[in-house]
Design a protein around this ligand. Structure first.
Ligand SMILES: [Zn+2]
Length: 131
């Protein structure tokens, strides 16, 4: 089941660890599959997990379910610098509450709905508005 959910989620190197259904909302606990992260200071890989930190971000719906990701953004400790750092996640920006692809989808919807709204309000077809 987790494997299927990971495939459905389709985010590179991201594994679904558990899932929870709350009405129409599907909460997926996810983390990167990699066991290490690159230190932003010295560029060396660290496998020394310092802390797990979870936070929620909105993602694209799966079927008729709204999807919330419970993301584990792990904190690692670099043995060279002796400092801790957050792993970099490529599917969500720092301090963002939604994934990159969710934001892209909203922008697309806005563009198309504006055209449709404009068309509807003016008694035109989408093609006429787009022309
Ligand atoms: Zn370092």
């Amino acid at each position: 089941m987790k494997r299927i959910l990971s495939q459905l989620l389709n985010l590179p190197d991201v594994a679904v660890e558990s899932s929870l259904e709350e009405g129409s909302v599907l909460i997926l606990s996810v983390r990167k599959k990699t066991k290490s992260a690159v230190c932003p200071q010295c560029g060396k890989k660290s496998e020394h997990l310092h802390q797990n930190q979870n936070y929620l971000v909105k993602d694209l719906p799966i079927g008729d379910k709204e999807v919330i990701l419970n993301v584990n953004r792990r904190r690692f400790k670099c043995k060279t610098c002796r400092k801790t750092f957050n792993e970099k996640l490529d599917f969500v920006g720092a301090r963002k509450t939604y994934t990159h692809r969710y934001a892209e989808n909203i922008v697309k919807q806005l563009i198309s709905s504006n055209v449709s709204n404009v068309a509807e309000n003016n008694g035109l077809t989408d093609e006429e508005v787009n022309a």
